[in-house]
Design a protein around this ligand. Sequence first.
Ligand SMILES: *Cc1c(COP(=O)(O)O)cnc(C)c1O
Length: 390
Amino acid sequence: MITPVMPTYARWDVAVDHGEGCWLYAEDGRKFLDFTSGIAVTGLGHCHPHLVEAVTTQAKRLWHVSNLFRIPGQERLAQRLVDNSFADTVFFGNSGAEACELALKVARKYQHETGHPERYRIIGCEGSFHGRSFATLAAAGNERYLEGFGPPMDGFDHVAFGNLNEMRAAIGSETAAIIVEPVQGEGGVRPGTDAYLRGLRAIADEFGLMLIFDEVQSGMGRTGKLFAYQWSGVTPDIMSIAKALGGGFPIGACLATERAAVGMGPGTHGSTFGGNPLAVAAGNAVLDVMLAPGFFDQVEATARAFRGRLEELVRSYPKLFAELRGTGLLLGIRCVVPAGDFVTRLRQNGLLALTAGDNVLRLLPPLVVSEAELASGMDILHKVAREWSA
Ligand SMILES: *Cc1c(COP(=O)(O)O)cnc(C)c1O
């Protein structure tokens, strides 16, 4: 008999009760060190006091009014994202998929408005992930996720991630845009090099294409800067963010330059919930913490320390691990042994971690993880690796 909750997930045997910082507590009393961060969402840890305060205060004032109204908190959050990115304008939705979906719409609309209505095709990369809606599934082209849902939506082409020659060759007279994750998350924690991102920018400019960066996972501090593209200095025309933007409250956003958003006037897009007062209170509270002086210095220092220790782990167990990948606190270990089984063992020992494509063990500790918590995590990783080897 089907479960009341539609059985679309293979869930862990952990019934959660509450969380605090890097720690997650189950109903049965078990305590876990959480290096999943709700899949890159709770970047500031569980129940960060400033977020709790901001959301509870807002909950007593006003939750939702619809976008028929001016929402001052939404205007403020948009202004702060504009001030701290390449973008001139922001649309708020509720998830990463919606943010990516709008990014694709903005790109097509730009071409339509600037004399190229025939340009509608979008080039995506193999190994990417952009969400579970029809358009975002088609953009990523992962056959495992498309299987059984009918013909994939038309208008998407795919090339190998990291390959500029293939990208160039895939461009035709109907191409409107390129969509890329600066660091592929779900696909196996693969960073694009600075040269690759620079190359994409040059190709987009040469052919009059929109360059879309999907920073749903890599954005909001995960790599040690607010956005991953800031490491390379290469700016997109359009960018999707979500995951850590609300610190656990559902909110996503599509950012764009004024030039890219040329066609996005009244009536061209909308969302009932998007950017409601409660959601933007969470988003603003996240930015309060992340934009405070020194925050990213701390994240960078933490990431450097963690990386060093993981490199040592990988070196120590060559029969278990093949290589360390990633950037900042978006890190993965490509495993020799099955990554999923290793993650299960870690969980049995009190450390929560994820997998990603390419047999990768993915580690996403909260950005606020302490030295002592990193050490505890490393102890568990070493213990499980030692026991596995024995
Ligand atoms: C998680 C993710 C998405 C989809 O986000 P949802 O909120 O699950 O719709 C899109 N792109 C990337 C890069 C992601 O990691």
